[in-house]
Design a protein around this ligand. Structure first.
Ligand SMILES: Cc1ncc(COP(=O)(O)O)c(C=O)c1O
Length: 423
């Protein structure tokens, strides 16, 4: 059954199977195989090489199998007694990936469930964590236009007043302009200032100048959080590590292995610089296990957590860090190839130069209606599929190149499908 998930050639399911109702009497193995069959036929085929529309792809099979084992063993990262081995793996993976990101030994981190929760956890620490709760109204947040919606959600959850959420103007991809940020920070009378930098934006994969953001944040006594949920995979890159420059000067960083490191949802890591600060802002006592051990559930916003670190570790052991880096670099190269193909196309054009493995594009005449109609024809019968996104009120087609089996042939077929749809 799992093998069939990887044999998906088609992104969109041909038809939706019936679901039925919860049966009164158990159906045993027959009911189970029917659930599996329906789930496979009714699901989006993320393993298809033509699936290039979101930050989602099939995980490495080693991760899928380990994930099943993680579910069966069901250890809980809340307490060391409930996850003795996984707690140690989590510590090792956080330390190793942190070092690959260029973070010094003074950083400490925890796994979390997905990018949004990782950002929320980091921003919770940034506004004072479990202390200073009555002073949230005195916090201000400065974010670029390209920030993921989870940053705004976090601001709302943390009680930062809407009037204190400042979107810093920036370039065509929504990366903050450094002098505008400097001016905004200088004008702010907030007691705590938090700046967000993006390393791999959701729409364009845009990378901000982290070093520049760090210098300005430090000069204005602001906390810099870097959302590297997508771009954190650069930790393994052989050729693009310069994009991580300045990360060690930030105050917190969030990375989402589920995006570009080929593990299943939902897996993320959040780090805070300075172990004492990490402990102070993010830890609470857990009185229901008073063994005195350093339970990993002390830190962060979640209680029970899965052993996602074991799944990530299994893939990294299976393929090795070098091959992961090769794949990250290969998908960035492929985005560059796609950019060249579109730049010389008669009907289509890229809307930006890719920083990473995302590339947005549109019809040269920018006919939104044609684009919407063309988009509806994509993905059928195994043809490639990209997403239809919106950026500054304009519709664009958005590609995210992730699958190891996607190559130039699939890109050429996508272009061909879009030509056909518009003729
Ligand atoms: C840059 C960035 N940050 C955060 C997130 C949120 O991640 P999640 O969907 O795992 O909550 C995303 C999701 O695509 C993202 O692109």
């Amino acid at each position: 059954m799992i093998r069939r998930a990887y044999e998906a050639t088609q992104f969109s399911p041909a038809a939706q199977p019936d679901i039925g109702a919860i049966p009164d009497a158990g159906e045993g193995i027959e009911g189970l195989t029917e659930v599996f069959r329906c789930f496979l036929t009714g699901s989006a085929g993320l393993a298809s090489p033509g699936m290039m529309g979101h930050m989602d792809t099939a995980p490495h099979p080693a991760a899928a199998f380990t994930d099943a084992l993680v579910s069966a063993v069901n250890n809980n990262l809340l307490f060391r007694e409930l996850a003795p081995f996984a707690s140690r793996v989590e510590e090792m993976v956080i330390g190793d990936i942190g070092a690959r990101l260029g973070l010094s030994a003074e950083w400490a981190g925890t796994f979390a469930s997905g990018g949004s929760i990782a950002n929320l956890t980091a921003l919770f620490a940034a506004v004072g964590g479990f202390g200073d709760v009555d002073k949230r109204a005195q916090c201000a947040l400065f974010l670029p236009e390209c920030a993921h919606v989870s940053i705004r959600k976090s601001a709302a959850v943390l009680g930062i007043a809407a009037s204190q959420v400042h979107v810093v103007s920036g370039d065509a991809l929504g990366r903050a302009d450094l002098s505008s940020l400097r001016t905004a920070l200088r004008a702010s009378g907030a007691r705590r200032k938090v700046v967000v930098g993006i390393l791999g934006s959701t729409v364009h994969g845009a990378v901000e100048d982290i070093q520049g953001l760090a210098e300005i944040s430090r000069a204005h006594d602001a906390w810099l959080h870097v959302d590297a949920i997508h771009g954190g995979a650069l930790a393994f890159s052989h050729r693009h590590r310069e994009l991580l420059r300045g990360l060690d000067s930030a105050d917190s960083v969030a990375v989402g292995p589920q995006k570009w490191l080929y593990v299943p949802r939902v897996s993320s890591i959040v780090w805070v610089k300075d172990r004492d600060r990490f402990d102070r802002e993010l830890s609470v006592e857990l009185p229901y296990s008073a063994t005195g051990e350093a339970h990993r559930g002390r830190w962060g916003l979640q209680g029970s957590r899965r052993a996602d670190a074991v799944t990530l570790w299994a893939v990294l052991r299976y393929v090795g860090a070098r091959a992961v880096g090769d794949q990250v670099d290969r998908t960035i190269d492929l985005a560059g190839d796609f950019w060249r193909m579109l730049s010389s196309d008669r009907f289509l054009e890229p809307t930006h130069v890719p920083d990473l493995n995302l590339l947005c594009f549109r019809y040269r005449d920018n006919d939104e209606n044609a684009m919407r109609l063309a988009h509806q024809t994509l993905g059928a019968y195994g043809a490639p599929w990209v997403s239809l996104s919106r950026w500054r009120e304009q519709l664009i087609l958005r590609s995210v190149l992730l699958s190891p089996s996607t190559n130039e042939t699939h890109l050429a077929r996508l272009i061909e499908s879009l030509h056909r749809a518009s003729s």
